[in-house]
Design a binder for this molecule. Sequence first.
Ligand code: C2E
Ligand code: CA
Ligand code: CA
Ligand code: CA
Length: 277
Amino acid sequence: LPQVASALSGLNRKQPAPAPDLAKFSLNDLRTAIQNGEIQAHYQPKLDVRTGVIKGVEALARWVRPDGSVIPPNRFIPVAEQYGMIHDLTLRIVEQACAQATQWNKRGLRLSMAINLSPQQLDSDQFVDDITKLIERHAVRADQIVWEITESSVVANLGTALGVLARMRLKGFGLSIDDYGTGFSSMQQLARIPFTELKVDRSFVHGAAQREHLRVILQSALEMANRLNLVTVAEGVEHLEDWRLLQDFGCVLGQGYLIARPMPGPDLPDWLRKNAQ
Ligand code: C2E
Ligand code: CA
Ligand code: CA
Ligand code: CA
């Protein structure tokens, strides 16, 4: 199985945007959907910016309804968070992501697996206990998993979040600051947490090659993160000029529609084959 995806060969192959879905749902629909496994993880590749080699994927939740229509996470994640369903939902995603990583591992494709967490998951030790048990059932080690946590969800509850995240780090998990630059946290606050990765928000990445003020912010965020020994990631890369800029700025990993949209797990080996150098 080829492990190298060329950042350049896939460039001109524009993938069509998925059709928007305007279906409405009730709380009970969502509750049932979580129980019935309708919430599915799709995976978006994270590539080494310098070499184009795939290093990992980010798991992103989609609600695939029995009629085949798909509801995007921005519509149901906030509802799940507000109505006490996010714990179960996240565990379903973690379960799928671990099973998928195990399968890829067996084929010699060892990718780091990034999984998004909601603020509520930093409120107690329950989540760490649950994921630790869940992961032990799979042939995945903690150091293969990176939890993506937004700055705002950390700062919202710094006291308990600090303890929970320190425990996760001690278990060997990676910890990523997601959407960096959109919150109002100071580095002094973030530096208290043992983060391993910093993901610059796409609002500073998209179009950075064209706009000086974005470029300045992007470059200084990357420089600071590199000096703090954090793995740097840029999300939302849609243009080749922005990709080249990331190469110039020494950004480690890049992710975005330029490379690939999130896809079902079984499609990834095929995508890799098509984009192999
Ligand atoms: P996020 O964590 O910031 O994820 C990145 C989002 O940007 C994803 O949207 C991804 O599909 C999209 N994206 C990737 N590349 C590009 C690009 O080049 N251009 C543009 N415009 N967008 C790009 P998605 O999958 O719709 O997810 C939206 C948000 O929903 C995520 O933002 C995350 O906050 C949340 N989310 C998704 N899955 C989960 C989950 O399992 N748990 C939790 N708690 N939140 C999730
Ligand atoms: Ca994320
Ligand atoms: Ca993000
Ligand atoms: Ca986000």
